[in-house]
Design a protein around this ligand. Structure first.
Ligand code: RP5
Length: 172
């Protein structure tokens, strides 16, 4: 499967949370590449990687970083492809620093920012962007939403059946 999405993260310490992006892309059948590149520690690598990505077929970037999270913004500065930023928690400020750094982009260079640790939604949003071009992906997204709906309906049914004392919340 050709990679259409590039997933970058600032450090391997981001990987436990960014795995959620990889998982949802796999679940929705979208090819991706995933790498570590730091805006601060490896700026040259970020530039070379982003500039060469379109030749490899990349159409959307997802960049996750914590702390003074400049990765998504730097990626956006180097491309006109859509960039989704994932502010990550883990710093002393609990991800608020990363949220502000990622979301407060200057006019003209947007980063579509998801929630703190919103790695899964970043993957889904990337597929929604691609689905404008690939009708089979739109069909998969519709099925995915139907699955979400039936999951909630089933939980409501079980709560009704088992009652408050009998109902166990499943681990995510
Ligand atoms: C950021 O600094 C990374 O994205 C990571 O979230 C944070 C800490 O990195 P490490 O010190 O764990 O490598 O650049």
């Amino acid at each position: 499967m050709n990679a259409k999405v590039s997933v970058l993260m600032g450090s391997d310490s981001d990987l436990p949370r960014m795995r959620e992006t990889a998982k949802v892309l796999e679940d929705l059948g979208v090819g991706f590449e995933i790498t570590i590149a730091s805006a601060h520690r490896t700026p040259d690598r970020v530039e070379e990687y982003v500039r060469s990505a379109p030749e490899r077929g990349i159409e959307v970037f997802i960049a996750g970083a914590g702390g003074a999270a400049h990765l998504a913004g730097v990626v956006a500065s180097l491309t006109t492809l859509p960039v989704i930023g994932v502010p990550l928690s883990g710093s002393a400020l609990g991800g608020v620093d990363a949220l502000y750094a990622t979301v407060q982009m200057p006019s003209g260079v947007p980063v579509a920012t998801v929630a703190v640790d919103g790695a899964k939604n970043a993957g889904i949003l990337a597929v929604q962007i691609l689905a404008l071009k690939y009708p089979d992906l739109m069909k998969r997204l519709v099925e995915y939403r139907k699955g979400l709906t039936s999951t909630v309906v089933e939980k409501a049914r079980r709560l009704e059946e088992l009652g408050l004392d009998g109902y166990q919340v499943e681990a995510k």
